[in-house]
Design a protein around this ligand. Structure first.
Ligand code: PLP
Length: 379
């Protein structure tokens, strides 16, 4: 697979990475391999495909492309979903080992960590990563520090450089969920992380039609363990899903740029609306995360969380009244979605009942705002 140099602008890189090598193939796009097994003899391990649970030519273009965007020298490891990728990283913690996780982050990741702890598999230390000193005090002796920034759904920007540097000094392994930023807005490996994780279901694939996860590791030993986990647990992506995610990646830069510009306008208007309480969006100058976001991120993202003035029922009425924006979970697609997060029983009680997370898509800003305004009027 031809891999253009890492110095390409991201707008070019997303278009160029993961294409077949022109020296050996006339195809512009990588083919989809629908073989579960491959003609082969002798001991596996020479890089040739053997069996599609061990590795598939259909995954490699995407694995190479995302890893290059993340600034890694090694290919990524694609998974059947973001949660399968998270589970593989948690699987690095030995039985009885210690994991450090934020108290507030994507509820699936935290829920999995708590489930492992409840089963006696790991010890859990829960931190508030906004309290950097308090968090670092919990790192000593841990086997994994798990971080997510900005957080889902509170959109807090965590001080990754300080936290990752402190973990490194203590010799503690770190992993960062980079789903909300994508490598176009934040590259955690360059900030000192050992591992980056994505729900590629979201911005990378970008069309709400694929479930896919990705792990990018900074060193070969770690990568081998993550890949080994995938092989043994069978958490493999489908060939077509990997192909669709790479196709989605081609437009990531323009999708994210457009959605982000729109999100900035919508967040400001929500902030000034009488039926809306606190608006969480790192791009708002009034947001407590704004200065950190400016220092750390190459853009503020396309997800906004806001508290509808009133209770859970008021927030549900708002979501139900939307006509253009779809009432649905997930984020990062071309179409805007909104949901009251506490409708999920697993969402922590710290999340306000009336908090609605809006994933801004690529529709026209005025159509989106008109929809939000009319729905707010009917709360
Ligand atoms: N990480 C984050 C930040 C997420 O928002 C999600 C899903 O919402 C996941 C991981 C899990 O990804 P998936 O739904 O692809 O399993």
């Amino acid at each position: 697979m031809a891999q253009p140099h890492q110095h390409l602008h991201p707008a070019t890189a997303v278009v160029s990475l993961g294409r077949p090598d022109p020296a050996t193939s006339a195809e512009l796009n990588p083919p989809i391999s629908m073989s579960a097994t491959f003609r082969s003899m002798g001991t596996p391990g020479g890089g040739e495909p053997v069996y599609a649970r061990f590795g598939s030519p259909s995954w490699e273009p995407l694995e190479n492309a995302v890893a290059t965007l993340e600034g890694a020298d090694l290919p990524g490891v694609a998974f059947a979903s973001g949660m399968a990728a998270v589970a593989a990283v948690f699987g690095l913690v030995p039985v009885g080992g210690t994991m450090v996780v934020p108290r507030l982050a994507y509820n699936g990741s935290i829920g999995l960590a708590r489930t492992l702890a409840a089963a006696g598999a790991v010890m859990l230390r829960e931190i508030d990563p906004l309290d950097v000193d308090g968090s670092v005090a919990q790192f000593e002796g841990a086997d994994l520090v798990w971080l997510e920034s900005p957080t889902n759904p509170t959109l807090d920007v965590i001080e990754l450089p300080r936290l990752l540097a402190a973990a490194r000094e203590l010799g503690v392994r770190t992993a960062v969920d980079n789903t909300f930023c994508t490598p176009l807005r934040q590259r955690p490996l360059e900030l000192g992380a050992d591992i980056v994780v994505h729900s590629a279901t979201k911005f990378i694939a970008g069309h709400s039609d694929v479930l896919l996860g990705m792990v990018v590791a900074s060193d070969a030993g770690l990568r081998e363990r993550i890949q080994g986990y995938r092989t043994l647990h069978g958490a493999v992506p489908g060939a077509f899903e990997a192909w669709l995610a790479l196709r989605g990646l081609r437009t990531l830069e323009i999708r994210l740029g457009r959605a982000e510009a729109t999100a900035g306008v919508i967040a400001e208007r929500l902030d000034g609306h009488p039926r809306v309480g606190r608006v969480r969006y790192p791009g708002l100058p009034s947001d407590p995360n704004h200065e950190r976001a400016r220092a750390q991120l190459q853009g503020f993202g396309a997800v906004i969380s806001c508290e509808i003035d009133g209770d859970a029922a008021a927030a549900e009425r708002f979501v139900a009244a939307l006509r253009l924006i779809t009432p649905a979970t997930s984020l990062g697609g071309v179409e805007s979605l909104a949901e009251r997060r506490r409708r999920h029983p697993g969402e922590p009680a710290d999340i306000p009942e009336s908090l609605v997370r809006i994933s801004i898509g690529i529709e026209h800003v005025e159509d989106l705002w008109n929809d939000i305004e009319q729905a707010l009027a009917r709360v």
